[in-house]
Design a protein around this ligand. Structure first.
Ligand SMILES: [Zn+2]
Length: 173
């Protein structure tokens, strides 16, 4: 977050003159991971329930958040930051935490791993993307129940392909 004032500069004054109304600095910003401090992405309750490997008696009726920071051990946390579920509490290995591990899924619904993408030719990569798209259009995906992030994997797959295409290009130089 920027410390600089974002008020419009008016009448030649570059200093913010608006009173800081109702502004209290919270000890912890809501929805940020209690371990890494990055903002989490809200996930549906069914995602957390489907992905946890621990007793669902521990699940509270709150909107959990997903932490995608690679080197942070937290996968889900409660909005107040009091409860966390780490990678070892999740039934699947989490792509965001191990984006370079060949045997981790990047597409959980149609079961494409990082290794599949890495080993594929650019033709095969297109075929994998197409397979995912066809599956999505046929309503065969269940990202909310299978993917720890609780949403569609396509952005991750595209990003992974792009990253590896870039590696290939760099190696060819
Ligand atoms: Zn985190």
């Amino acid at each position: 977050m920027s410390d600089s004032c974002c008020c419009p500069t008016e009448a030649g004054s570059t200093v913010c003159e608006l009173p800081a109304q109702d502004f209290q600095r919270p000890s912890r910003t809501k929805n940020t991971c209690p371990v890494c401090g990055m903002r989490g992405k809200p996930v549906q309750g069914q995602t957390v329930k489907a992905l946890l490997s621990v007793s669902l008696r521990e699940v509270q009726d709150v909107e959990y958040l997903f932490c995608k920071t690679q080197d942070c051990p937290v996968v889900y946390f409660s909005p107040d930051g009091e409860q966390i579920f780490r990678a070892e509490h999740i039934r699947e290995r989490v792509y965001q935490k191990e984006p370079e591990s060949d045997d981790v899924f990047v597409c959980y619904c149609f079961r494409h791993t990082v290794g599949d993408i890495r080993a594929a030719s650019s033709e095969s990569r297109k075929a994998i993307l197409e397979d995912i798209n066809i599956g999505i259009n046929a309503g065969q995906c269940a990202c909310d129940l299978r993917n720890p992030q609780g949403s569609c994997c396509l952005g991750n797959v595209r990003g992974l392909i792009k990253r590896h295409d870039q590696v290939m290009t760099d190696m060819a130089k």
